[in-house]
Design a protein around this ligand. Structure first.
Ligand SMILES: Nc1ncnc2c1ncn2[C@@H]1O[C@H](COP(=O)(O)OP(=O)(O)OP(=O)(O)O)[C@@H](O)[C@H]1O
Length: 247
């Protein structure tokens, strides 16, 4: 699905350049859920921005294979820590926005949005304004708005980072359910070891800047997973391995 080869990113600064990523290589399989963990400033968001085409690589390459027989540009959706909803559009209208920009007819866009509203558990809130939503609800709208583009790759940059601990835990479980039903290829930045283990097939741990991958850990916890997996001995072993790698 995605192949990154020897990727380096250097941001210009007064001292000759700030190296955010150094010769990073990784690949992601279709429908895989991969989490990125690492110390603050190690280049996790930079990697997502390169993958989304927002930051150019200084060196190296990013290649997408969207499907076996087609050669189209990949569809990539990015969700940030803040939901960034349009305050003058209600929940339904926020979710249909990307389709409206593509010129999709309103009844079709609305039908698709209602299906996603059901997927993210927001039935009954279609007409609510963003200002009346909790942080968790706003992020669910942002995730639905990303999914309506039917992305080949969904990039999540600490999507629950601004939420309180309990809401964050609940949103982790909800994202697990959403992914189990949508089965998108996902790359997600998180600072939470337990969130990474609950959700992902693989966790990539970054070194301090310049970011390189120091551990590529397959998460061999059985699926479908539920909240209780956090209390299994294997979960504890994997958490210990990740903690050691982060240092
Ligand atoms: N547009 C930019 N211009 C200059 N420097 C940048 C830019 N974007 C990021 N950086 C720098 O690159 C380094 C990596 O930043 P990045 O945001 O990718 O780290 P991160 O691992 O996502 O951090 P955090 O976990 O704190 O969000 C940091 O030192 C940051 O200051």
């Amino acid at each position: 699905m995605l192949e990154v080869r020897d990727l380096s990113v250097v941001f210009p600064d007064d001292t000759g350049g700030l190296e955010a990523l150094e010769q990073m290589s990784l690949s992601v399989q279709p429908r895989e859920f991969v989490c990125l963990l690492g110390p603050s400033g190690c280049g996790k968001s930079t990697l997502l921005r390169v993958l989304a085409g927002l930051v150019p690589p200084t060196q190296g390459s990013v290649t997408y294979q969207t499907c076996a027989h087609c050669n189209r540009e990949p569809r990539i959706a990015l969700v940030f820590q803040n939901a960034n909803l349009m305050p003058w559009r209600n929940v339904l209208q926020n979710i249909t926005l990307p389709l409206e920009m593509q010129g999709v007819e309103e009844p079709k866009a609305e039908k698709m949005a209602r299906e996603l509203i059901s997927l993210v558990g927001l039935e009954g809130f279609e007409k609510n304004w963003p200002g009346d939503l909790s942080g968790g609800m706003a992020q669910r709208v942002a995730i639905a708005r990303a999914l309506i583009q039917d992305p080949d790759l969904l990039l999540l940059d600490e999507p629950f980072g601004a939420l309180d601990a309990l809401t964050r835990e609940r949103m982790g479980t909800e994202l697990l359910h959403i992914w189990q039903r949508s089965r998108k290829t996902v790359l997600m930045v998180t600072h939470s070891i337990s969130e990474a283990l609950l959700l992902s097939d693989r966790v990539l741990v970054f070194t301090p800047r310049p970011g390189r991958i120091c551990l590529d850990l397959p998460v061999d916890l059985p699926r479908p997973r539920a909240e209780e997996v956090r209390y299994s001995p294997r979960f504890g072993e994997l958490a210990r391995a990740l903690r050691q790698a982060i240092g």
